[in-house]
Design a protein. Structure first.
Length: 485
């Protein structure tokens, strides 16, 4: 596949993944808006408690097999690799589900002194059984960069899950509406994956094929374990040291900020990971692609974070009610941490695509053990959820310094390169922040302020990047025409 075809695939992939993100996040946000009207912070906190324990076990579920299939070059893949991956995942997932049901659920209930977790956790973990069934199909579609089909499956399953949750909430199901919102998407996704690929498993398991994919997957699994520690240690400690209500408030703030950032960067990583794998021997091209990813990630995320920092208070109070008032300050602080993180967004996908899962694992280990764990523990112990939020800011700053060192070493990307490529989102964010803040302080309605922020930011970006944006539009149009042809 030539560079022009690859570029078209990237632009097309970004289009379909952005479309999926918009539909997913818009619909999910609307569902959470409705659920927040019916539910209370304590109920969000209960699901957060359950998710902490299940995620620590679920992280072992795929064993990094899906990532290994995508990273491995086509000429080194045989049918037996796919069959072996499928059956390994299925057998392993059954064992994981039994472990969650009979060991993790009672342990979590005792740890938090919340008996309801014995029932919530097994239901919340149903996805463990279906995820390995879908992993080969996801890997095949990702490898082909067929993000149109992936977007359709993601959107259909999200809408289905949201509808189920909404019906349950209206029927007074309480916390169970949140639980099934997390589970129902797997039910619709499974048959859609089989239909999208046409791939059916055969009863074949080969030791050599297992060694090939597990040798790569063991490092990505280790990285996933450490990622899970990074994303859930604060939830674990807040639930234990503070309260379920505080955890619900913090979870809500996190969903509006870092969870959104995480979902968007995952979307971009899905597009770029197979590209990095194909061009792992061309550092110059990798550098070019990575800097583009950082630029466009920041262009999308920065205005949302600026909006939350300036107008987070009226948005939360008017849309979600005063019961979520305590989430306002943590949300603003976490929004700042997200803006810092964007300086090195997507670095893990770059390292993994280059075939460096071991380096990725080492970095995650250092960040989890020596940076995040002590900072978040101290922050929560001293200042509760506000301390946790400031600990996230401090961690992100140190993470940028660490990752920047290795980006320079691996693909010769300097901090100057990154700051140069972020010039436009920096300028647009600064101007929008000042103008919108002045209007809000002058008493202008917050919805008008939000519109001014969006128009100002968009106008500056278009003015400064007009030629590049038009080029990307032409590439997208060309890629869609080729797909139709």
């Amino acid at each position: 596949m030539g560079p022009h075809n690859i570029k078209g695939k990237i632009v097309s992939g970004v289009f379909w993944n952005v479309l999926q993100l918009i539909i997913n996040k818009t619909f999910s946000f609307a569902i959470k808006l409705v659920l927040a009207k019916f539910l209370f912070p304590e109920q969000f906190g209960l699901v957060g408690m359950a998710a902490v324990f299940t995620s620590f076990v679920q992280v072992f579920n795929e064993l990094g097999i899906g990532a290994a299939l995508v990273q491995r070059k086509d000429e080194h893949l045989r049918d037996s690799h796919f069959y072996t991956a499928f059956w390994t995942g299925v057998v392993w997932s059954v064992g994981i589900f039994l472990l969650i049901t009979f060991v993790v659920a009672p342990l979590a209930a005792n740890f938090y002194n919340e008996p309801l977790l014995r029932s919530i956790i097994p239901v919340l973990s149903i996805g463990v059984l279906s995820s390995p069934v879908n992993l080969v199909h996801r890997a095949q579609l990702t490898k082909k960069m067929d993000f149109k089909k992936l977007a359709f499956i993601g959107n259909a399953s999200t809408i289905f899950a949201g509808a189920v949750a909404l019906v349950l909430a209206l029927q007074g199901a309480g916390v169970w509406s949140l639980v099934f919102n997390s589970v129902a998407s797997f039910v619709i996704a499974m048959p859609l994956y089989f239909r999208a690929t046409g791939w059916m498993p055969k009863l074949i398991w080969e030791k050599q094929a297992f060694n090939d994919i597990f040798g790569f997957g063991i490092y990505t699994t280790g990285t996933s374990i450490l990622n899970n520690l990074l994303y859930n240690l604060d939830y674990l400690l807040i639930g234990k040291l503070v309260s379920a209500s505080a955890l619900g408030v913090y979870t809500f703030a996190f969903v509006l900020t870092d969870t959104f950032r995480n979902q968007f960067t995952i979307m971009m990583n899905k597009v770029m990971y197979p590209v990095y794998g194909r061009h792992q021997d061309d550092p110059g091209l990798l550098k070019k692609y990575y800097l583009k990813v950082v630029t466009y990630n920041s262009l999308i995320i920065y205005p949302i974070m600026v909006l939350l920092i300036i107008l987070g208070e009226p948005l939360i109070l008017n849309f979600f009610g005063s019961k979520w008032e305590e989430s306002i300050l943590p949300m603003k602080i976490l929004a700042l941490s997200v803006m810092v993180h964007m300086l090195v967004s997507g670095h893990a996908s770059l390292l993994r695509g280059q075939g460096r899962p071991k380096l990725e694992l080492k970095l995650q280990f250092f960040k989890a053990v020596f940076l995040y764990a002590p900072l978040i523990t101290l922050g929560i112990y001293k200042y509760g959820i506000v301390g946790a939020s400031w600990a996230c800011v401090a961690y992100k700053v140190l993470e940028v310094i660490l990752i920047q060192y290795y980006l320079k070493k691996v693909v010769d990307i300097s901090i100057k390169d990154i700051l140069t490529h972020l010039k436009v989102p920096f300028i647009a964010s600064a101007v929008s922040f000042v103008l919108t803040s002045m209007l809000y302080l002058a008493g202008v309605h917050y919805l008008i302020c939000a519109m001014v922020l969006g128009l100002t930011y968009t106008g500056i970006v278009v003015m400064l990047m007009h030629e590049e944006l038009m080029l990307q539009y032409r590439e997208l149009k060309k890629g869609r025409v080729k797909q139709v042809a």
